[in-house]
Design a protein around this ligand. Structure first.
Ligand SMILES: [Zn+2]
Length: 224
């Protein structure tokens, strides 16, 4: 009789991408699969956006998600909704507990308007445009991103404070896809959001857990 797989055994991801600092990537995540965003060194933000694969006019909506969660701080157990109010993701694991869903991806204009930067500055928006173009997603279709690990606090007077991410090396966020999705994800390019330095981000897609694995220990024989 085959030995049951231990839950401690390392699991090989279906897809694994290492995002160099200030870059992005595009990928498809199927319904039921798990998307894991990992901060390998700590204090690094990753901007994430998704579109329904069957119709990219359906996109991950900050407004709908915040409406239904009734909080701006989304974490394990929360559902992330589309503009059509359908569940796109469920947050299944969160080792940090602080992410932002208020602010848009940093763009060339972010740096010229807020930071008065002159000349070209890499940005999440440009990286998402590049990563999503092969999937037929136009720049104007990219809305507010889920800014994974971004630490934004709201003062009583409404002022926003962008603080260093609370993530430490190895911290991660795991999302379960509730529909087939086209996903854009970055290693953020904004100095202020990342405590002054640019670091990589690791992205993994894991297969949908089988029914047996989901039942966990209850499904396994009681042998050692
Ligand atoms: Zn950014």
């Amino acid at each position: 009789m085959a030995m049951p797989l231990s839950s401690k055994e390392p699991v090989t991801p279906l897809t694994q991408r290492h995002l160099a600092p200030q870059t992005g990537t595009g990928l498809v995540v199927r319904r039921g699969e798990l998307l894991k965003i990992i901060d390998p060194t700590g204090e690094q933000v990753s901007d994430l956006i998704s579109f329904a694969q069957e119709d990219p006019r359906e996109w991950l909506s900050s407004g709908r998600t915040i409406d239904y969660a009734n909080t701006i701080y989304l974490t394990t157990g929360h559902t992330l909704y589309s503009n059509r109010s359908r569940p796109m993701w469920t947050v299944v694991e969160d080792t940090v507990g602080r992410h932002d869903f208020l602010l848009t991806p940093c763009s060339p204009e972010t740096f010229s308007i807020i930071y008065k930067t002159t000349g070209h500055h890499p940005s999440c928006f440009e990286n998402l445009v590049k990563a999503l173009a092969p999937f037929g997603i136009a720049p104007d279709a990219i809305p507010t991103t889920l800014n994974v690990f971004m630490n934004v606090e709201v003062a009583p007077d409404g002022e926003l404070r962008i603080l260093p991410p609370r993530s430490r090396a190895g911290d991660h966020l795991v999302l379960r896809a509730e529909m087939d999705l086209v996903v854009g994800v970055t290693a953020c390019s904004a100095e202020l959001s990342n405590n002054g330095t640019f670091k990589p981000i690791d992205v993994e897609v894991h297969a949908a857990p089988t029914a047996a694995a989901a039942r966990g220990a209850h499904a396994a024989p009681a042998s050692a």
